[in-house]
Design a protein around this ligand. Structure first.
Ligand SMILES: [Zn+2]
Ligand SMILES: [Zn+2]
Length: 103
């Protein structure tokens, strides 16, 4: 079991390569860029309502046998929004004041 490491921001569709420090994920691995998390989503996942954390970077070097970004390759499947922009904005407004631990 490993993170999929999805290739793009689900909101703005910018590329988020496996070594990007701008990628954020929720507990379901819904993936967004730092800009969208901050200025569009207000730390509310549009799909599940949870908060985000920075996506860990899988090592490029095989420091231990069988584990590296070359061994468990990032996903190439681009994911896109499942809701309208207006729906997502309302969803964020409804939830953003509640700390992620209390949602
Ligand atoms: Zn984005
Ligand atoms: Zn989510």
């Amino acid at each position: 079991m490993a993170l999929e490491l999805r290739p793009n921001c689900e909101y703005c569709d910018r590329d988020l390569p496996a070594n990007s420090t701008l990628a954020f994920i929720c507990s379901y691995e819904c993936t967004f860029c730092a800009d969208c998390v901050e200025t569009k989503l207000y730390n509310v996942c549009p799909n599940c309502g949870g908060g985000f954390v920075p996506r860990p970077i899988r090592p490029a070097n095989e420091w231990r046998p069988g584990v590296s970004v070359a061994r468990q390759k990032p996903s190439s499947h681009r994911v896109h929004l499942s809701y309208s922009i207006a729906d997502i904005a309302a969803h964020s407004m409804r939830i953003k004041a509640i700390p992620p631990a209390d949602r």
